[in-house]
Write a protein that binds this ligand. Sequence first.
Ligand code: C2E
Ligand code: MG
Ligand code: MG
Length: 433
Amino acid sequence: QHDVLTGLPNRHRMNEFLSGKLQAQPTVAQPLVMLSVDLDHFKPINDLYGHAAGDQVLNQVSQRLSLCLGAEDLLSRQGGDEFILLLSGLSTPEEIEARCECLMDEIRKPFHVADQLMHIGASIGIARAPQDAFQPEDLLRMADIALYQSKNLGRNRWVFYSPEMSEQLVQRREMERALSQAVVRNELRLFYQPRYSLHSGRMDGAEALLRWQPSPPALVMPDSFIPLAEETGLIIPISDWVLQRACRDALSWPKNFYVSVNISPVEFCRGDLAERVAAVLQMTGLPAERLELEITENVTLEKPDKVLLIMQRLKAIGVRLTVDDFGSGYASLGYLKTFPFDGLKMDRSYMKDFPHSQQAHSIVNGIIGLGKAFSLLITAEGIENAEQFAELQAIACDEGQGYYLGRPIPAADFARLLERGTTQASDKTGQPG
Ligand code: C2E
Ligand code: MG
Ligand code: MG
């Protein structure tokens, strides 16, 4: 009946308690409230400080959650970092929210474990009987759906179950099924966006940007399916397709042009990325130095030792590695020293008030200086006008990319653009892309 680690009621005891409470027929005015609680950022504690530290945090969490219980309530540990609370005597949504606030406050206070202060958070899904369901398994499922929603909305919050969430989940499953067929059905497309050297003013490569075309003319943008692909593991076959297609396409470009491909942080955890890249280079015959991999800085946060090893293998193969969307993630700057990056792509948000705002100008200048101090090639993303382009050239930014220089275009159009040979940015001055 009890969980060995925390001494809390276990899943079995919770089920009994839940059945009993539901048999007592809660009412809309006096509902039985189920909170499904999942800790945020708990996994890194286990990974970084070991399971003993993780266990201590779980113990402290259960003590703190208990502080928010009434005499009639039950707190159980479902396993891992998941807890379920069954609460009575809360009539209004405001009362339920006040209880969630109490739980959140307890979890947000730092944990002192293994001589370290650690910070975590929690996501909470709320379901009520009889409003949402009467059966134990339905109530559990709905609390779980609400929890899932809470995590999707960015964690560290509570969410009440609503029927639309179930519909969204069904849609998600359908999308997952369709996406799993995308490669075999030949529905993936690569667009290319030019990258310019700001020193020469000439195009010297392009970034491959993925599109999904389940049925023409609809074109699904990567932000709406890459996260799903990452969660489900579909990202591996999809990314294999991207790598192969990009390397093949680049073979028909001028010999000095490179292609850059976005790699998801997930690919550092699953499968051997370095082996996959080596295989694609061998299969397509593209020289390794013409391939660049773009990786967001968040990759350095989890399992840094493993990530470093994979990056070193990639460097040994001869491909270039760049930090994508630099300055938009959560990583500290220290990683620039630790990880073998060759370049840095400044997030396009830094172009927002550049060059007019003095502050934006100083920050961009600072990032360029920082990159140079680490001997990195700096690319400015999101260049949208001639002024930005000229000023970046003046302050010796190495490379640029953005709508002003060229929007992402289908592979065939990009090949035609290269054939026409209009790859000099100075051609474009005064006529926005
Ligand atoms: P990213 O790697 O930072 O790619 C740049 C994004 O900024 C692209 O959006 C591009 O269209 C957009 N962009 C370029 N210039 C400008 C500009 O001047 N102004 C503005 N407002 N936007 C500009 P897109 O194609 O929608 O791609 C979004 C993200 O999806 C990419 O961000 C990348 O993180 C991801 N992605 C794309 N293709 C792949 C892929 O094959 N694999 C993986 N894992 N992720 C991909
Ligand atoms: Mg990119
Ligand atoms: Mg980017």
